[in-house]
Write a protein that binds this ligand. Structure first.
Ligand code: ZN
Length: 283
């Protein structure tokens, strides 16, 4: 699946295979901005070529919605020294998340290429943001204002929402997923995630466009439902922990979950670690 989708005038989603990653291009009179860069340099270069052929120029600004590999390992195709020579913006925690999670993940894949075959892991240079974002920041692309809003820990400790105030478009990375269930991946905060979504829902309006990290554009009602699902899971983790159930028993204790149980083991483990007093990031 590789296709462009118009979200608003000058705002475009490109769904990049193979992870159905949302790449978003925002056009300004002076500059082009791209959100997220693909899972390896090859995908990053393909995205850059796709942007050049469609818009006739390369992006001078890149934003990462969070640190996970499928959103950042294409950064080097856009970074200083590349054709695009772009500034890269991302949550101030991305560099340390790379050290803790994405670096070791890459090392494991290099050691055992059968785990993720067909990707250019050997060519990946971890490329953290050149512009770490510690608080809400505005960029002016020329007649178009873009807000970068770092979030409290939720899907990861590096989530950053891109908001277009004039167009009412929210680009939220994996805080919301549409083509698959929300991912409790490396470094997730299952107990805090629903509250972060609640705050975003509170600011969203019914007609707003919300671009998930993977999948088609959704609306406020979709985000409301996903926040409620994440809240139910968080509440059950706390309840099962209170009852003294181990992680496997916690999942077995309820007949139905709002998403496939296979994806929830990590959520329970992380939730339990926090309830047992592991410091944030130490779980
Ligand atoms: Zn992610």
């Amino acid at each position: 699946m590789s296709d462009w989708n118009a979200i608003a005038p000058g705002v475009h989603q490109y769904r990049s295979a193979p992870f159905d990653l949302s790449v978003v291009v925002i056009e300004g009179a002076d500059e082009l901005l791209v959100v997220d860069t693909g899972a390896d340099p090859f995908e990053g270069e393909a995205i850059l070529a796709e942007i050049r052929s469609r818009f006739g120029r390369a992006p001078s600004q890149v934003v990462n919605t969070h640190a996970h590999f499928d959103h950042t390992f294409g950064n080097q195709a856009f970074a200083g020294g590349s054709d695009a020579d772009a500034a890269i913006h991302g949550h101030a925690g991305v560099a340390s998340h790379f050290v803790r999670y994405e670096g070791p993940r890459l090392a494991a894949w290099l050691e055992d290429p059968t785990r993720e075959p067909g990707r250019r892991w050997g060519d990946v240079r971890l490329t953290p943001p050149t512009h770490p974002v510690g608080r809400t920041t505005s960029l002016d692309l020329g007649g178009r204002r873009v807000e970068l809003r770092p979030q409290p820990a939720a899907h990861t400790d590096t989530d950053l929402v891109v908001f277009l105030p004039a167009e009412r478009v929210w680009i939220v990375g994996d805080l919301v997923e549409q083509s698959g269930p929300p991912m409790y991946g490396s470094g997730s905060y299952p107990l805090d995630w629903p509250g972060v979504l609640d705050s975003l829902v509170h600011e969203m309006r019914p007609g707003d466009a919300v671009v998930p990290g993977h999948g088609r554009v959704v609306d406020r009602a979709f985000v409301r439902r996903q926040a409620d699902d994440l809240r139910l899971i968080a509440d059950r983790i706390v309840e099962a922990h209170d009852r003294g159930l181990d992680a496997a028993a916690a999942l077995a204790a309820y007949d139905q979950w709002p998403m496939p149980v296979a994806g929830l083991a990590g959520a329970v483990e992380r939730g339990y670690a926090f309830l047992d007093g592991a410091a944030p990031g130490e779980a």
